[in-house]
Design a protein around this ligand. Structure first.
Ligand SMILES: Nc1ncnc2c1ncn2[C@@H]1O[C@H](COP(=O)(O)OP(=O)(O)OP(=O)(O)O)[C@@H](O)[C@H]1O
Length: 385
């Protein structure tokens, strides 16, 4: 694990009789995205807000980059930490550019510099500044407003970002798009991020590590793979859900599981086709290197040639991109009613083959004992092992 950028040491928060967070100790490595997840009221938001002192801990210590946050003036602390919330919190009477400039202006940046920074950030989050910088929040869609919220949080290039249900307020499709964009952005920026979500799929998709919380305590802190394949408690097992095999597939990319793909050029000779089909039930036909269709033994009888016998397909629906997750790829295979699909690169060239047996080999590793056999008191076989 890299050095901890954020460290919580036995941090508690009490509201009268209510213990919102209890003796939590957490190390968040520099450059990682850590997701806090758990049922409503388990203390996620309280934990997050203690990091930038929107909430003061009752006891314990919090360090950012080695500095005890209680020793830093709260306003100064918050200016150095990006903060993104579900309701976005854009100022309605300010243009998009002015919204992004808020913190730079507070820090006394010259107007031209903060405006240039705002435009650069709009570019970064996929909103061309010539079109959006002068717009007002009411003119934006939910997804666009969320992108502006992210741009604003990044304005002074803070090393740490706190995000509270950042994609909670948008429809599922936009949400997925924002998540994908955000992952790309994070690969580029490598910020240390703490994110709160209710959504286990989001946690698994985005998190380098996931912190599963239950009434104020951390039940498990680990990589998504660890949490999915070896839940530490009955609570975590139930929380991540019965379909955790499928969830785990969403962390695997098609190129990681693919094997060699038999291909044949559209102009290949009959002999070459016959030879290829003697070794493979199906071969994939390419035109100028790109996937064009498939050919199998049944279609290729006797004196047909490749061009007249092959079945043309649209690469969009009949292949998987190398970076696609295997969960989506499996859904595509089931949708097409096939047990394998070619994997293509960015230019549509087949580079491998993904098939059901290799997918099942991944999910088969984690077949569960029935829930009824898991007793509260006795650890499960998996936990003993
Ligand atoms: N200002 C407050 N006064 C009293 N109790 C509070 C206050 N803020 C939070 N709590 C309590 O502390 C506990 C943790 O709340 P917190 O908001 O951190 O949970 P959460 O996991 O973020 O929940 P949610 O997912 O619903 O936002 C809850 O029991 C909540 O009722």
């Amino acid at each position: 694990m890299a050095d901890a950028m954020i460290r919580l040491e036995r941090v508690s928060k009490r509201y009268g009789e209510t213990v919102a967070v209890q003796e939590t100790t957490l190390e968040i490595p520099e450059g990682e995205l850590v997701v806090l997840i758990g049922p409503s009221g388990c203390g996620k938001t309280t934990t997050l807000k203690m990091i930038n002192r929107l909430i003061e801990p009752s006891s314990g210590r919090i360090y950012i980059g080695g500095r005890d946050v209680t020793q830093v003036n709260p306003q100064e602390l918050r200016r150095g930490i990006g903060y993104v919330i579900q309701s976005i919190g854009l100022f309605p009477h300010m243009s998009v550019r002015e919204n992004i400039q808020v913190v730079p202006r507070l820090l006394g940046w010259p107007k031209a510099r903060s405006a240039a920074r705002a435009d650069e950030l709009l570019e970064l989050v996929g909103l061309p500044p010539e079109r959006y910088a002068a717009a007002y929040p009411r003119e934006l869609s939910g997804g666009q407003a969320q992108r502006v919220g992210v741009a604003r949080a990044l304005a002074v290039d803070p090393p740490v970002l706190l995000m509270d249900e950042p994609f909670g307020a948008v429809d599922p499709l936009t949400r997925e798009r924002l998540q994908d964009e955000f992952l790309k952005l994070q690969a580029q920026l490598q910020k240390t991020i703490v994110m709160v979500t209710h959504d286990i799929d989001e946690a698994i998709k985005l998190g380098d590590r996931v912190c599963v919380m239950n009434v104020g305590v951390v039940e498990q802190f680990g990589t998504p793979e660890e949490v999915l394949s070896a839940p530490k408690s009955r609570f975590v097992r139930q929380f991540v859900g019965a379909d955790r095999a499928l969830k785990r597939l969403s962390r695997v990319r098609a190129h990681e599981l693919m094997r060699a793909v038999p291909t044949l050029d559209l102009g290949a000779s009959r002999e070459a086709a016959r030879e290829a089909l003697a070794r493979h039930r199906t071969v994939y036909v390419t035109r100028e290197g790109r996937l064009a269709g498939w050919l199998d033994r049944r279609a290729f009888a006797g004196d047909a040639d490749v061009e007249s016998a092959y079945t043309e397909v649209s690469a969009e629906s009949y292949s998987v991109r190398e970076g696609d997750d295997v969960r989506g790829a499996l859904a595509k295979m089931l949708g097409q009613g096939v047990a394998e699909l070619p994997v293509v690169d960015g230019a549509g060239r087949p580079i491998g083959l993904l098939n059901l047996p290799s997918i099942l080999a991944v999910t088969g590793e984690m077949v569960d004992e029935p829930e009824a056999s898991v007793s509260e008191a006795a650890p499960s076989a998996r936990e003993v092992a």
